[in-house]
Write a protein that binds this ligand. Structure first.
Ligand SMILES: CC(C)(COP(=O)(O)OP(=O)(O)OC[C@H]1O[C@@H](n2cnc3c(N)ncnc32)[C@H](O)[C@@H]1OP(=O)(O)O)[C@@H](O)C(=O)NCCC(=O)NCCS
Length: 257
């Protein structure tokens, strides 16, 4: 079986959806591929059937196998999410291009896709994509930093942030995973990537919401990030702070199987 799951996310806002109808923008689809179940032959076959000509041309230009794979994985996840959001679309009519900050851009696919956006992430084990309306910005990250990454991630974090982490009984690896996926998913939402000083993404609070964590930011009060821990990967979803979302509608067991 193709190791991919898709999840419909429904949001609510007490007020304020700009000039858009809530039903048009307060939803998203998340696609998760478990890469362990995707062998090279299947991956190549799927790339052939799902990628469009522009993506295939780009793929041919990558010299490193790792980058070729991450490119394919991300695009397969994006197309699965788009197909779940817009049943019946032809994945090969759509290109996931890259903007000037390397941010993913949906090209083609017809009028229905106008205004739609996608956020992508790939780790060794998972590829994830989130399709949403750009009137309601979202961002996603999946990762599992290694133990050797931990000191670099935790070095220099402010004492108040250490206290917030300590309150949740997280070990250093858990703390590093949480901070990492939080700031990467925020950085993707605002398209800055990791090119700004990391202190800028400092949390102002870290709370527990059932199975997931909720991070708010000292410098980005408009956003918050929900984080689902996992033994093989942590997932961060950044959303507008005043948007309501029930984290229990997306259980870790649904995400990671
Ligand atoms: C962007 C960044 C947050 C991505 O994080 P990562 O853990 O390395 O990789 P992930 O798998 O989670 O995400 C990669 C995806 O993020 C997306 N992305 C990249 N830059 C982005 C940005 N500025 N805004 C939003 N999304 C972005 C892309 O879709 C990319 O996948 P793709 O290249 O296959 O399309 C991070 O790498 C970064 O900021 N790097 C700094 C910029 C950099 O080093 N650029 C390299 C060019 S020299």
């Amino acid at each position: 079986m193709f190791p991919i799951t898709t999840h419909r996310l429904m949001f609510q806002r007490p007020k304020g959806t700009g000039t858009f109808a809530p039903s048009d923008i307060l939803r998203a689809v998340l696609a998760v591929i478990d890469l362990e179940g995707l062998d090279d032959a299947r991956c190549t076959a799927l790339a052939e059937s799902q990628l469009n000509d522009a993506e295939k041309t780009r793929l041919a230009g990558f010299r490193h196998d790792r980058r070729r794979k991450s490119f394919i994985h991300g695009r397969l996840a994006a197309k699965a999410a788009l197909s779940a959001y817009f049943p019946g679309i032809d994945p090969q009519s759509i290109e996931i291009g890259s903007g000037v900050f390397d941010q993913p851009i949906i090209v083609g696919g017809g009028d229905d896709l106008q205004g739609m956006s996608v956020s992508l992430s790939h780790s060794d084990r998972f590829a994830v994509a989130l399709v949403f309306h750009r009137a309601h910005p979202l961002g996603i990250d999946v990762d599992l930093p290694t133990i050797t990454d931990v000191p670099a991630i935790l070095d220099g974090i402010a004492p108040d942030v250490r206290d917030m982490i300590r309150a949740h009984d997280l070990d250093d690896h858990g703390a590093a995973c949480l901070l990492w996926v939080a700031r990467e998913s925020l950085a993707k939402t605002i398209t800055t990537g990791m090119m700004t000083p990391l202190e800028l993404y400092a949390p102002s609070s870290i709370d527990r919401k059932g199975a997931c964590f909720e991070v708010r930011y000292a410098n980005f009060g408009q956003y918050r990030t929900l984080i689902w821990p996992g033994a093989q990967g942590w997932l961060g979803l950044t959303l507008p702070d005043q948007t309501e979302f029930d984290p229990a509608s997306l259980l870790s067991s649904m995400l990671w199987g």
